[in-house]
Design a binder for this molecule. Structure first.
Ligand code: PLP
Length: 388
């Protein structure tokens, strides 16, 4: 008997979880069924819709309370959060920043904004994020350490930071990564844009590096329309970040005095009002997404040549986006699967094109990226809205 085509068995598994639909099922939709309207109305009524207003501080306090990280600075989006975080530790021209090749383009763009060069590193299949052991082996061959810190012995540039990214909400092995980076005096900035609600060894992600960033774009687990935040346990850095993201204006009742070139990156009050309503329902959202992941895991358990991606053993993930990996022997069918699922109304997606393939990053330094390439050729994201 011939085997059932892979495309058919994947479509059936999706049908088992999502039902048959007349309207296409998007990859991710926001859920705005709480106090969103009430808080937005209140915000408009107050006339404080822009960069001053009570909701911004309130949203920051909610983030602090939820994550257990000491400081939060709300900004206009996750990309701006990354840019500000890099600027706050003095990353600039002549520096390199280690970035996973497997990430959303914003991670590498933010490095380029500072004038520094992204240096692409490989991922591991267990977490889909930076592989700390492979990085350690690589650094032992390319990095040299002197009194000014770590530099790349081939390019001569300083390697100032690494930006591990918690892919689809699954935490990287951050303890191990921080150990490696400490040996080389490399700062860790966690790109937790996708990971609000995820735990690493029982604690919220984002508190291990010097800073971490969140995104509240419309497709993330909670949204402020557009928005982001920088989290840190370092009080001085938090003050610097607040200054840097609000035009570096010195506090005074009327004078406009600014002490450095800085950014207008503060989150508007209107967006923060939306955020305050969204975060009230975050625990509920995480529960719903974890339940959806369980249903997918069940439905794909018996599908030949397909693995449903499960959180690493040290994590309790928010399962922001669910993913399947096609077995390497069938990897060439990825595009056929994407096309068959779309035809059936399930708007699946491949993972991002690896950063080193994009024209603007083609000449950047990189290590062996064989695992990231293997993931790229086989991974498919499934519809993941909390309402499913
Ligand atoms: C969404 C996202 C960002 C950027 O966030 P924006 O708010 O869209 O600027 C950065 N990194 C990753 C990994 C993301 O998924």
């Amino acid at each position: 008997m011939s085997e059932r085509p892979l495309t058919d068995s994947i479509v059936s598994a999706l049908q088992a979880v999502l039902g048959t639909t007349h309207n296409p099922v998007p990859l991710h939709e926001p859920d705005l069924k709480g106090n969103e309207q009430a808080y937005i109305k209140d915000c408009i009524h107050s006339t404080f819709v822009s960069t001053v207003g009570a909701y911004v501080g309130r949203f920051e306090r909610c983030l602090i309370e939820y994550t257990g990280i000491r400081h939060a600075v709300a900004v206009v989006n996750g990309t701006a959060a990354l840019h500000a975080a890099l600027m706050a530790i003095g990353v600039g021209v002549g520096d390199e920043v280690l970035v996973p090749a497997l990430t959303f383009v914003a991670t590498a763009n933010a490095v380029a904004y500072t004038g520094a060069v992204p240096h692409f590193v490989d991922s591991e299949e267990r977490t889909l994020g930076v592989d700390p052991d492979k990085l350690a082996a690589y650094l032992s061959s390319v990095a040299q350490i002197d009194k000014n810190g770590c530099s790349n012995r081939h390019t001569g540039r300083r390697i100032k930071a690494v930006i591990p990214m918690h892919t689809f909400g699954h935490p990287v092995d951050i303890d191990r990564l921080c150990d490696v980076c400490q040996q080389y005096s490399i700062s860790v900035i966690e790109d937790a844009a996708e990971a609000l609600g995820s735990l690493y060894k029982g604690r919220h992600v984002g508190g291990k590096g010097r800073m971490s960033i969140l995104s509240f774009n419309g497709n993330k687990i909670i949204t402020t329309g557009g928005g982001g935040a920088i989290l840190t346990n370092d009080t001085q850095l938090a003050e610097d970040l607040r200054h840097l993201t609000t035009t570096a204006k010195l506090p005074h009742r009327w004078t406009y005095h600014h002490d450095q070139v800085a950014f207008n990156y503060r989150m508007p009050n209107l967006n923060a009002a939306l955020g305050c309503a969204q975060i009230e329902r975050l625990p509920h959202m995480v529960e719903k997404k974890r339940r959806l992941a369980e249903r997918y895991a069940d439905a794909f358990a018996d599908v030949h040549a397909v693995q449903f991606f499960v959180e690493p053993e040290f994590a309790r993930s928010n399962y922001w986006l669910n993913a399947i990996l096609i077995d390497p022997a069938h990897g060439r069918q990825r595009d056929a699967v994407l096309s068959a699922t779309h035809e059936s109304g399930y708007l699946t997606r491949p993972v991002w094109t690896l950063m080193h393939r994009l024209p603007m990053f083609r000449n950047c330094p990189k290590m062996d990226l064989s695992v990231a390439k293997r993931i790229e050729s086989r991974l498919i994201n499934l519809p993941s809205s909390a309402c499913l």
